[in-house]
Design a protein around this ligand. Structure first.
Ligand SMILES: [Zn+2]
Length: 1156
């Protein structure tokens, strides 16, 4: 049946091609017209698949040859061609093959005088020109001259023709050679004048489509360098900018405004970044002859040439990149198979024995007498204490989605009654002293050098003086805060005793933070710049705000407004101040202290700001510093700003961002810390900033400044901030900062606050970093129950879990997750207790101390991405990686490869928290590999932990996880540990910088509390994994059953995730405004339906005989007579007797069963 129907259509089409009989042709055209009602595509695609385009083109050739041409045939034919052609992707080729370009052009020429005919010809011309090759041919044969003649000079007569002609011209100008021709003939200026005429005279906005089509012409012409230059020379920027200002108040003019803004952005003359060199302000001499410069890997593409082919590459880890190269690894089973073969020299491995002393410790110090006491304590705890005690949970989330049952979880941090964790303010001195003494006793020689105290006592050269940044200056405020009784101290500047004074008076108890410990640690830090200042937030501490903040709703048109503001700098240069107010490279050249001007500062740990330029009174351009020894990786920022006015929105533009997109476009805010707020009892980083967006700007890397990165384009992150206080000192950052000293002092506190009877804690130094900072290695497990053989046996045989974080310094979220993990692991929570009995944890909490200290985003001091060095790390250049890998190798060599390996990261493009793992099968499958995956056996145990986390951790989403082993990830920790050491459960854990798209925190931005919670829930997940996958003693199982109430928890979570299960992973919420990064895009955003509508309008006009556009006096159109018959929407009545009728009906019904 279907075949019959198909053949029916084919008969119809072949008759159309071959017939010379006018009536038959007219009837076929009529049938086709009726079969293909306006506004539908499906049937047209079917006709195309049956050779419809070819048949119509052939019929056109025949009809055009007739002398005189028969417009009764030509008009319906041209309409069909236009409609079929625009949906036929190969139409251009078919036109060329049929040699129809000349026919269409000459038809148009002959009909210049007849509006209706000409309009029809122009429709087809436009459709033909959508193929660039065909468009070029048409251009060579004079199509543009013809069209230009039709559209100029400005006239409102015959608007339909003008519209069709301008649209056809826009299509032709997609061809670069046509654009060049148009510029050379001076058409660009003509188009601009025409646009101005239409803009000024179309007062009631009746001809938006004509104005937009003119802009499309300009948009295509300016894709070539010559076009942009001519556009600038013809005052194009000013003309379009001014016209846009007129259009802004009217919402219906958005299509015009958006297209004009695209052109303005593209033509804005490229400028080099206002820095001497894009290479980092900091350089570090590398050991040996190692290269000092990591060259930029991006595609270059000189911006002075035609930049259409610019490619964007995202260098983020775990993102899609260089897919072509991936196939080797991804499809080669042998390469994929992990091969746990050790190729580390045996004698090299011996050094790591000292890092696994737990395996030889005999615990003679355990006092057997106290065992009874201890077991009693155990019992009481497991019976009476509340489980999950120290799993910090974001119970303070106040949000409609809030459903988390939390009876068993304390509100904020540790229970105040818990002695182990309390570091009372009053006893700072005593506690501190006590701790240091404790460490002194315990310190063994090998570790001594890294301790904060030792660095002060044994090596005074290492320790330097650090000053807390000056506090807000307002004298009256000061006096009130610090010196209520003292009139004379208006020049108060805290430091030394004053700091103690300040802390005594205003420091609030922040769990697991101590300003004194921080100060002590920070003094020993080795930075390239030799920091002398302490940023207030790191010193004072951060307490998470009580509320989670929803993702920021994007304001309609925010990007457009910001871009127009940028373009205004070019149009009205008189408004621009252009004063450098902060310059890391040349401190003397900056002119701070100008009245009403903000002051910036960034020379402190993790700080990153290179230059600040005041653009207008309340607007600043900011430039980030590149990673040390590189000229790229600008993303992380952290700086101080002071002397602000109240209630004024300040606009900041970070103008040298590199990624092609950012979560800042999807609701993410930066974070801010106000010193005045902190001193008033709200010491916290909070999400701030409005009117945030991220877009491509006109800056590029000049040859002189960038060497190999020449021509690279940059992006702007723009945000506005209203500061909470006048004359405050505020800090702004990409994400919640977490410095090296924060981590070191946190470890100090953890060590001193743990219960040494229960928690085995050992802090060693994995190695010194390149910059001379110790990289700590922790060993955490439970103390053995006693020194009896059985208990020691259980202790020695616990499987290892290996955790790492912060190999990428800009990913401070990873540190907050790690903080949660560590606090949970040493807590007195009975679950933690049980977990410690199940595993020995080896943890490297900060793999890249130097990067963190010096404000890098991605790299170490060698300018290398350390997470790309795991295949062959260099002991000289990548010591932390070399030794982390060595330690892992050592564990493998003694048969103790970790059960779970996880490297904590942050992800800048995706929402939620998720894992990347490794699976041969999933990789082959994804690569579309033909290998019979049935014969490859693979343990699917790698999926268990993420499944558990999906149930227990509210921020975690299984759907976001991926288990592919991409070629581009070949040298990451995850893949190397999986492949070389045979660790099945080898993961990267990625935490978003932004928020969650699923689950409990859906629509919320993550705060430090949620990140820390993730860290502790990860521990809970490990315990459940242990219970599920490993043989457990009855005792452990019983304790677990008592503590976990597993079933309930899992069911609870399952129900919750069920209700969200159909929310597929659309990571980026739609944003109202089209985010246009590639201003060279050739898409005009026109749908198929637009031309249909145009035809429909034209037909109703013809039928209604309404000549609303002036009288066509020059000629007579003789073809109107038969149109009723062939245009009618009803089948003509005399079709009844036509021999082809049954076939035609067959065709018709055939559509019903044709494939969609
Ligand atoms: Zn990372």
């Amino acid at each position: 049946m279907a075949e019959q129907e198909a053949s029916g259509l084919q008969v119809l089409l072949s008759t159309l091609q071959s017939s010379q009989d006018k009536d038959i042709i007219l009837n076929i055209l009529s049938v086709l017209t009726n079969l293909l009602p306006l506004g539908t595509s499906r049937r047209i695609h079917y006709v195309i698949s049956k050779g419809g385009s070819e048949a119509l083109l052939e019929a056109l050739a025949t009809a055009a040859r007739a002398e005189p041409p028969d417009h009764g045939i030509l008009l319906p034919l041209l309409r069909l061609l236009a409609r079929v052609g625009q949906r036929d992707r190969k139409f251009g080729l078919k036109v060329q093959k049929a040699e129809a370009t000349d026919i269409i052009l000459s038809l148009a020429r002959r009909n210049l005088g007849c509006h209706l005919h000409l309009t029809h010809c122009l429709w087809v011309l436009k459709v033909c020109a959508s193929n660039v090759t065909t468009g070029t041919t048409l251009g060579i044969n004079g199509a543009m001259e013809l069209l230009f003649k039709v559209i100029t000079p400005y006239s409102k007569r015959h608007v339909r023709i003008v519209r069709a002609a301008i649209e056809a011209l826009a299509a032709l100008l997609k061809s670069k050679s046509n654009s060049r021709r148009a510029v050379n003939r001076g058409y660009l200026g003509g188009l601009l004048r025409l646009y101005q005429d239409w803009h000024h005279k179309d007062v009631s906005n009746n001809y938006i489509y004509i104005r937009r089509a003119l802009l499309l012409c300009l948009k295509h012409i300016t894709n070539i360098q010559l076009g942009r230059e001519t556009f600038l020379g013809s005052q194009g920027m000013k003309i379009l900018f001014t016209s846009v200002q007129d259009c802004l108040p009217c919402k219906t003019l958005d299509p015009i405004i958006n297209t004009a803004v695209q052109i303005l952005r593209k033509c804005y003359p490229k400028e080099p970044l206002p820095v001497m060199t894009v290479g980092s302000s900091y350089s570090f001499p590398l050991p040996g002859n190692a290269k000092a410069e990591s060259l930029c890997e991006r595609d270059e593409g000189d911006y002075e040439s035609d930049g259409e082919e610019e490619t964007e590459k995202d260098l983020d880890h775990e993102d899609m990149e260089s897919k072509e190269e991936d196939y080797d690894l991804e499809t080669d089973v042998n390469k994929l198979r992990s091969r746990p073969v050790l190729d580390w020299p045996k004698e090299e491995l011996v050094q790591y024995e000292a890092m696994c002393q737990e395996l030889s410790h005999d615990f003679q110090e355990l006092d057997s007498e106290s065992e009874e006491e201890k077991s009693l304590e155990d019992r009481t705890e497991s019976l009476f204490s509340t489980p999950s005690h120290f799993i910090p949970s974001a119970t303070s989330v106040k949000h409609p989605n809030y459903r988390w049952k939390s009876q068993t979880v304390t509100e904020m941090g540790p229970d105040p009654g818990e002695k182990d964790f309390k570091i009372p303010r009053q006893s700072w001195t005593r506690r501190e002293k006590c701790r240091w003494n404790l460490t002194d006793e315990k310190r063994d020689i090998a570790e001594g050098a890294q301790d904060a105290v030792s660095c002060e006592e044994e090596d005074p050269a290492r320790s330097h003086t650090l000053t807390l940044r000056p506090l807000p200056k307002e004298a009256a405020w000061y006096k009130k805060m610090f010196c209520p009784d003292c009139e004379a101290s208006s020049n108060y500047s805290p430091g030394g005793d004053e700091v103690a004074n300040l802390l005594e008076k205003y420091q609030r108890e922040i769990p697991f933070h101590s300003p004194h410990f921080y100060m002590a640690r920070a003094k020993c830090v080795k930075s390239i710049a030799g920091y002398k200042d302490l940023a207030f937030p790191d010193f004072w501490g951060h307490q998470p705000p009580p509320y989670s903040k929803p993702m920021l709703e994007r304001k309609d048109g925010v990007q457009r407004d910001k871009v127009l503001d940028d373009i205004r700098r070019l149009i009205q240069p008189g408004d621009v101040t252009g004063r450098t107010v902060f310059d890391l490279d040349e401190p003397s050249s900056s002119s701070p202290g100008a009245p009403g001007c903000l002051k910036f500062f960034s020379e402190f740990e993790s700080g990153n700001l290179r230059k600040a330029i005041q653009v207008r009174e309340f607007e600043y351009d900011l430039i980030m510093n590149a990673d040390v020894n590189t000229n790229q990786h600008h993303q992380w920022f952290y700086f101080e700003v002071r002397d602000m006015k109240l209630a004024v929105p300040y606009r900041f533009n970070i103008i040298n961002c590199e990624k092609f997109n950012s979560q800042f476009n999807y609701g993410m805010q930066l974070v801010m810390y106000s010193v005045k707020e902190a001193l008033q009892g709200r010491p916290r980083w909070f999400r701030a900033g409005h009117d945030i967006c991220y877009y491509r700007n006109h800056y590029c890397c000049s040859a002189a400044a960038g060497g190999s990165t020449r021509g690279k384009g940059y992006y702007t992150l723009t945000f506005s901030i209203k500061f909470p206080h006048k004359d405050d000192v505020c800090y702004l950052a990409y994400h919640y900062p977490y410095t090296y000293s924060t981590m070191m002092s946190h470890l100090d506190i953890l060590e001193s606050s743990r219960n040494p009877k229960k928690v085995y804690w050992r802090q060693q130094t994995l190695c010194q970093s390149l910059g001379g900072n110790p990289c700590p290695l922790l060993t955490i497990t439970a103390m053995p129950d006693s020194k009896k053989r059985d208990d020691l046996g259980q202790f020695y045989n616990r499987p290892y879990v290996f955790l790492m974080a912060r190999v990428h310094p800009g990913e401070s979220n990873a540190s907050w997750v790690m903080k949660g993990t560590l606090e949970f692991l040493v807590s007195s929570d009975p679950i933690a207790d049980l977990l410690r009995k199940c595993f020995i944890f080896k943890i490297v909490p900060m793999l890249n101390p130097d990067g963190v200290i010096n404000g890098n985003h991605r790299c170490s001091l060698s300018g290398d991405d350390l997470n790309r060095q795991w295949l062959t790390p260099s002991s000289q250049l990548h010591p932390t990686i070399y030794h982390a890998k060595g330690l892992l190798y050592y564990l493998c060599s003694i048969g103790r490869a970790p059960l779970v390996f996880c490297d904590y990261h942050g992800h800048s493009q995706k929402n939620n928290v998720f894992l990347y793992g490794c699976s041969i099968k999933e990789t082959l499958w994804q690569a579309g590999c033909m290998v019979d995956t049935a014969v490859i056996t693979e343990d699917v145990g790698y999926r268990t932990l993420p499944k558990i986390l999906d149930k227990v951790a509210p921020a975690f989403v299984m759907n976001s996880c991926s288990f592919l082993v991409e070629k581009s990830r070949e040298s990451t920790a995850r893949v190397v540990v999986w492949k070389e050491m045979g660790v099945l459960r080898s993961y990267t854990m990625e935490s978003t910088y932004c928020g969650c798209s699923h689950g409990l925190y859906k629509g919320l931005q993550l705060g430090t509390q949620e990140l820390e919670e993730m860290g502790s829930k990860f521990c809970l997940g490990l315990l459940i994994l242990h219970l599920k996958s490993l043989p457990c003693s009855k005792k452990v199982m019983a304790q677990a059953a008592l503590l976990l109430d597993l079933e309930e928890e899992i069911t609870d979570r399952a129900q919750r995730s069920c209700s969200n299960s159909n929310l597929e992973t659309d990571d980026e919420p739609p944003c109202g405004e089209e985010i246009d990064y590639n201003t060279d895009s050739c898409s005009d955003g026109e749908g198929d339906l637009e031309l249909d509508q145009e035809i429909q309008e034209c037909l109703s006009w013809v039928e209604g005989e309404v000549e609303d556009e002036g009288v066509a006096t020059e000629q007579t159109c003789s073809s109107k007579a038969p149109r009723g018959l062939y245009i009618s929407s009803q089948p003509a009545s005399d079709n009844r007797s036509h021999p082809l009728r049954s076939t035609a009906l067959g065709v018709y019904s055939g559509f019903k069963s044709s494939p969609a």
